[in-house]
Design a protein around this ligand. Structure first.
Ligand code: RNT
Ligand code: ZN
Length: 416
């Protein structure tokens, strides 16, 4: 493999790309790994179904049923995936000792102590998400925008508790916590009032963000959405709502690439957002005809998202997180495939001679630009990718598949 890498390195060097440097840079880029791929977004705080207009489909055996199982599966993913990670938790993954259950408006740092231990042992930070779904207080698909003041108050309290927990994560791990707010709220059919729910959502956010917290430790992000299942006609937290709210209140916009109209792409939004914001946040997923949260592939849009981050020198300004959930295939492998593909897209971007390509654009050499862009696709990317995996101490090439299959045979298939 060393010789393959040497040959690849020379080919990239000939176009001014330093492969060693790309590998060193990528090693330090943090990708926040969503915990919810492991258990189909179930969590541990209640037994009801997944609600909120999101859906996991499939019933592949071996899903994690307990915190211990989920943590073991996450460790397996870390073993098979190169790069630096954070873990991304939802509030519904609180771990209650026997008889200690409290509702979401009363959760406390102590309910996440085991996650802090897990993260610290692995030198990782923790990102967090209040869970505004899968709960009996999601009334008529509404939470922070509900006209029912009691419902709205419950969820405002939940948001406040989550900021406190986020700060606890940051203080314990020494790594800032990104706390993302996403609400499912919306209507199945044409609403009679589009402004009222959004005004209530804005007021709820104002109240949540009014609690004192350390803004150097907790970065609050707000995620938009275009529709959800059962909320096809209107979502309260639309793109315009979230981008404007975030800009006006000094929090951060989060773009999930499953949350736009099918021909709209997040890659094109990234540079505009970077021009006007110090930070932006991403959920990387794969929509197939709808917000289906398929496992991320090494596809054109994922590559283009990575290109926009890298060529605009924004690796330290973009909070990168994954967000997909496939229950139709081995869940650990699903996790690994998507995360490895995010890493591949970033490496691919780091191996692209962006400055030269920009120059071709600015001098209107479009024929040469297209020729270059297409030829770069057959450069020996795979050899650099293998060297990166080796440098990170994770399986190279197809080797991870065997390991994942062993884990399935010995661990997840025994869960019945
Ligand atoms: C839903 C949003 C949201 C969730 C997670 C579980 O459409 O993408 O980010 O997927 O919070
Ligand atoms: Zn998302």
């Amino acid at each position: 493999m060393a010789t393959n890498y040497e040959a690849a390195k020379a080919r990239y060097a000939a176009i001014g790309v330093d492969t060693d440097k790309a590998i060193e840079t990528l090693k330090k880029v943090i990708v926040s790994m969503h915990c919810w791929q492991g258990d189909d977004v179930t969590g541990f705080d209640q037994d009801g179904p997944l609600t909120g207009g999101i859906q996991t489909t499939g019933n592949y055996p071996g899903k994690a049923r307990t915190p211990e199982e989920l943590m073991a599966d996450m460790d397996e993913v870390f073993k098979l995936t190169p790069g630096a990670h954070k873990i991304n938790l939802h509030a519904s993954y609180a771990i209650f000792e026997d008889g200690q259950w409290v509702d979401r408006d009363q959760i406390k740092p102590e309910h996440f102590k085991k996650w802090v231990e897990f993260a610290k042992e692995r030198n990782m930070g923790i990102d967090f998400n209040p869970t505004f779904f899968s709960h009996d207080k999601v009334k008529d698909n509404l939470t922070l925008s509900s006209p029912d003041e009691e419902i709205r108050k419950f969820w405002i309290e939940h948001g406040k508790r989550c900021i406190e927990i986020s700060q606890y994560f940051a203080e314990e791990t020494g790594i800032p916590c990104v706390m993302n707010i996403w609400i499912p709220d919306g209507y199945k059919d044409v609403p009679a009032d589009r402004l009222g729910p959004r005004a209530r959502f804005a007021d709820s956010l104002d109240q949540i963000l009014a609690i004192p917290y350390d803004k150097t430790k907790v970065f609050v992000t707000l995620e938009s959405k275009v529709f959800g299942i059962g909320m096809e006609s209107y979502t309260v937290g639309s793109s315009e709502f979230t981008v404007n709210y975030a800009a006006a209140h000094g929090i951060i916009s989060l773009m999930d690439n499953g949350h736009y109209h099918p021909t709209e792409v997040v890659s094109d939004k990234i540079p505009s957002m970077l021009l006007f914001n110090k930070h932006i946040a991403l959920h990387i997923t794969r929509p197939v005809r709808w917000d289906s949260d398929h496992v991320v592939r090494f596809d054109d849009e994922t590559k283009e998202i990575a290109n926009e981050i890298v060529r605009n020198d924004a690796l330290d300004r973009v909070f990168i997180a994954t967000d997909y959930f496939d229950a139709s295939i081995n869940r650990v492998s699903a996790w690994v495939i998507g995360l490895r593909n995010v890493e591949k897209a970033l490496l691919n971007a780091l191996l692209t001679p962006h400055e030269d390509l920009k120059k071709l654009q600015d001098t209107c050499q479009f024929t040469r630009l297209l020729s270059m862009q297409e030829e770069l696709k057959t450069f020996p990317f795979g050899d650099v990718w293998d060297a990166y995996c080796e440098a990170c101490g994770v399986p190279v090439g197809l080797d991870w598949i065997k390991e994942a299959e062993e884990y399935e045979k010995n661990v997840t298939s025994k869960r019945v």
